[in-house]
Design a protein around this ligand. Structure first.
Ligand code: SAH
Ligand code: MG
Length: 195
């Protein structure tokens, strides 16, 4: 039952071009949550609720706040979260993440929204991280484009986005307050922990 519903969400994502996490990416994330006994999660970029649902299913004590600014995706996420009866543990907020007032602190902050804003997201939301918590960022490779020769990327917008992602990787590497590991899993994952 749970599996069929998850496959339905994956199919919807595929058909509607919703960039949900890849299979190995989400597997890594859920394993990480299990291993590190993560309980409070803040997610930036819910899309249709897929990753939030997968994370919530790891353990009944997990509580998630997740933010989505796109109306259509938000409404789809509402439906999906209800289907799994996870309304009590997933607090879905329909807003631009920069306009959300965050309360409390989190064991895990998962950044998976507008890639060009990653530095801003990191700076804004890291304030709400538990001292022993982790910030995980998805799509560090942006569908393999980050490792490509910029001249091979035809669209100017995409080139600009790739540049921003490289700036973000540099920002993480040079950040003295955090140790960051870059993993070639899924679409590239960065794991940052306070030093
Ligand atoms: N985490 C999801 C996928 C998220 S896709 C999963 O793996 O299942 C990224 C989403 O972030 C998009 O739906 C986009 O609308 C949303 N987004 C981008 N910038 C945002 C912002 N500033 N505030 C809120 N949502 C944002
Ligand atoms: Mg992603």
């Amino acid at each position: 039952m749970v599996e069929t519903e998850l496959v339905r969400i994956e199919e919807y994502a595929e058909e509607n071009n919703v960039p949900i996490m890849t299979k190995d990416g989400i597997e890594f994330l859920t394993e990480y949550i299990k291993k590190h006994k993560v309980k409070r999660i803040l997610e930036i970029g819910a899309a249709i609720g897929y990753s939030a649902i997968k994370m919530a299913l790891v353990d009944e004590q997990i509580e998630i706040t997740t933010i989505e600014r796109d109306e259509k995706r938000y409404l789809e996420a509402v439906k999906n979260i209800k289907k799994f009866h996870l309304e009590d543990r997933i607090n879905l907020i329909y807003k631009d993440a920069f306009d959300v007032k965050i309360e409390g602190t989190y064991d895990l902050i998962f950044i998976d929204a507008a890639k060009a804003q990653n530095i801003k997201f990191f700076e804004m939301f890291s304030k709400y991280l538990n001292p022993k918590g982790t910030i995980i960022t998805d799509n560090m490779n942006f569908h393999g484009l980050v490792n490509k020769d910029p001249e091979d990327i035809k669209s100017r917008n995409l080139r600009a986005l790739v540049r921003k992602l490289k700036d973000y990787a540099t920002f993480l590497k040079e950040n003295k307050k955090y140790d960051t590991e870059f993993l070639e899993i899924g679409d590239g994952i960065a794991i940052s922990r306070p030093q």
